[in-house]
Design a protein around this ligand. Structure first.
Ligand code: IMP
Ligand code: MG
Length: 186
């Protein structure tokens, strides 16, 4: 089968489909165990977390609802400024609810740190984070993350919801772009 234009842009697959599927199922089982007997509200951070959240939910066995928030950080696209703007707020009142924020990736931690402070002020019964990936070496501010799918090195990744300028979200795996590979890696 010949490579598609999309596949040609991929330099290196960092997390393949099977590995993603297995880990997402494990996270779903862990969440289900921890929230046994409670109703869960999943809050997805648009747009990147949608893909992960849809798969994660199908492994959650306690009653759960979903809502979404869209936020954007001021400044350029690859570096977070820490100043965050809410583009779309929740539809649901989270007061007294058990809330799990689902995020695609934590880099500096600034976006999520702002979001958590904002959500905390709405007085949920509990508030935790589930992130598919984290880049610990990039962290500027500590965010307590209850569930982590994968720790990855300081590389810019795309696929499984993650984008570069809105593209590559539809790759079924997590990859580094060919244009991002260092000469020594080619
Ligand atoms: P933070 O505020 O620096 O933690 O930024 C987190 C946000 O930056 C994520 O929700 C992503 O939208 C974006 N981001 C960080 N690293 C990557 C990456 O490697 N690929 C794609 N998006 C990323
Ligand atoms: Mg994002």
């Amino acid at each position: 089968m010949s490579q598609t234009e999309l596949e040609r842009a991929v330099g290196e697959v960092l997390i393949d489909e099977d590995t993603l599927r297995t880990r997402v199922a494990e996270l779903g089982a862990e969440v289900s165990g921890d929230y046994e007997g409670r109703d869960l509200l999943l809050i997805g951070v648009l747009k990147g977390a949608v893909f992960f959240m849809a798969d994660l939910m199908r492994h959650i066995t306690v009653p759960c609802e979903v809502d979404f928030m869209a936020i954007s950080s001021y400044g350029d696209s690859t570096d977070t400024s820490g100043i965050v703007r809410i583009l779309k707020d929740l539809d649901i009142n989270i007061e007294g609810r058990d809330v799990l924020v689902v995020e695609d990736i934590i880099d500096s931690g600034l976006t999520l740190s702002y979001l958590m402070r904002n959500l905390e002020s709405r007085e949920p019964a509990s508030l935790e984070i589930c992130a598919l990936m984290t880049k610990p070496s990039r962290r500027q501010i500590d965010v307590p993350v209850r569930y982590i799918g994968f720790e990855i090195p300081d590389r810019f990744v795309v696929g499984y919801g993650l984008d570069l300028a809105e593209r590559y979200r539809n790759l079924p795996y997590v990859a580094v772009l060919a244009s991002d590979l260092q000469p020594a890696e080619i």
